[in-house]
Design a protein around this ligand. Structure first.
Ligand code: NAD
Ligand code: MG
Length: 396
């Protein structure tokens, strides 16, 4: 039986992954090793019981007793805290889903990358923070890295059977988010609640807000650069509000391969779960007569500075991505807590890059996790100082 683990099983990607495992035979077909979550103990325990997992882990040490109680009589081991997450990741498995949100997903993902099976990667932050390290770890252990982000799954699918040297450009599609048509002035006073309402995709709160600010597309630009080994100039962002085309690859003969599908992450998760096969998936079928036309708009770097910042990060290289991501995560927390405004997020990230970018860019290849986490921590410290300054100014 195929041994599978899901890191972040209680999240949006995690729940969709559990859903597919269950539809494909659940515990009768898969040997489920580890499931992990954070505060939603009830759901974590339900998933662990349904899939007869070996171990369930909450990231929150103070919730261990609750998890033990919820699992009593099941024979499933309970554990808690960041170290327990890493121990769970060290348990051998053939297929691991990395779906923790944020840089917190990096270390468990790196450990799971040592088993030589498949690392299904939803956690784009790990590629932004430490792309080379993730790729080196997979290569060193013969682990196959399969992208789960819908755009990157689309690009990966469009590249099957193709000669990589014939790739001319990658067309990364973006829905544009809920504020696609707002002016900068109109964006100034939007609330976290408005930013969370994504027009097409149902996702976790953090990635939904990142979609509204285009920081999600910024992370995805860097993710594309890492995964497909293309120069930044070869990657174009195309705003496609319908999210029907999930991304495209343009070849040197002028041909373009696109992957299309409904806005349902089970498409990309199911592809990574069944690769290289295609199994039947419970997603809606597209009806082109109803769709009638596909719409595209050019990207707007003036209204969405995150896209410009991503280009700067790619050009700088080294560990600039770790600084960028940590600053972005801190800015997002501050926005969620109503401490800074929507537009302050990109200003804050710009400031942190100004302060730490050059040093991070100078990091030579062959860096380790410790260096990544040092830049991550330093960027969060500077970002917090800036948040406190911005919040104080706003109160005056
Ligand atoms: P989510 O917020 O719905 O779920 C996050 C999961 O991580 C939960 O299981 C939560 O318990 C766990 N978690 C949160 N903080 C943690 C911590 N500090 N330590 C350990 N575990 C922690 O997020 P999501 O929308 O499912 O996104 C997960 C990842 O997948 C993100 O990297 C996101 O960018 C990526 N992604 C998501 C989607 C989507 O449709 N939701 C699409 C593409 C990529
Ligand atoms: Mg995406």
């Amino acid at each position: 039986m195929r041994r599978v683990s899901i890191f972040g099983s209680t999240g949006s990607i995690g729940q969709n992954t559990v859903d597919l495992l269950q539809r494909q035979g659940g515990a009768d077909v898969y040997d489920v090793v580890a499931l992990t979550g954070a505060g939603n103990i009830k759901l974590l325990a339900e998933q662990a019981r349904a899939l007869r997992a070996e171990v369930a882990v909450t990231a929150l040490p103070e919730r261990l007793d609750d998890l033990r109680a919820a699992l009593s009589g099941s024979g499933i081991a309970a554990a808690a805290g960041p170290e327990a997450l890493c121990e769970a990741a060290a348990r051998p498995c053939d297929w691991a889903m990395s779906a923790i949100v944020g840089a917190a997903g990096l270390e468990p993902g790196l450990i799971a990358a040592r088993h030589g099976g498949v690392l299904a990667l939803a956690n784009k932050e790990s590629l932004v923070c430490a792309g080379a390290l993730v790729e080196e770890t997979c290569a060193a252990h013969g682990t196959r890295l399969l992208p789960v982000d819908s755009e990157h799954s689309a690009i990966f699918q469009a590249l099957q059977g193709e000669n990589r040297a014939a790739v001319e450009r990658i067309l990364l599609t973006a829905s544009g988010g809920p504020f696609r048509n707002l002016t900068r002035e109109e964006m100034r006073y939007v609330t976290p609640k408005q930013a969370m309402a994504h027009p097409n995709w149902e996702m976790g709160a953090r990635i939904s807000i990142d979609s509204a600010s285009m920081f999600n597309k910024a992370l995805e630009l860097i993710e594309t650069h890492v995964l497909f080994d293309v120069d930044p100039e070869q990657i174009e962002v195309v705003v496609h509000p319908q999210s029907i085309i999930h991304s495209m690859v343009g070849f040197r003969d002028g041909s373009i391969m696109a992957q299309l599908g409904p806005s349902d992450m089970r498409g990309a998760i199911g592809y990574a779960l069944n690769f290289p096969e295609r199994a039947p998936l419970p997603v809606e079928r597209l009806d082109f007569a109803t769709i009638s036309r596909l719409e595209f708009v050019a990207e707007d770097r003036a209204r969405f500075p995150a896209l410009r910042l991503a280009r700067e990060v790619m050009a700088a290289g080294g560990l600039t991505g770790a600084v960028f991501n940590a600053a972005k995560e801190t800015a997002l927390d501050a926005f969620l807590e109503h401490r800074i405004g929507f537009l302050d997020m990109s200003d804050l990230v710009t400031d942190v890059l100004d302060a730490l970018g050059a040093e991070a860019a100078a990091t030579a290849a062959g860096y380790g996790l410790a260096e990544v986490m040092e830049f991550d921590a330093a960027a969060r410290r500077i970002a917090m100082r800036r948040v406190n300054g911005m919040a104080a100014t706003a109160e005056m």
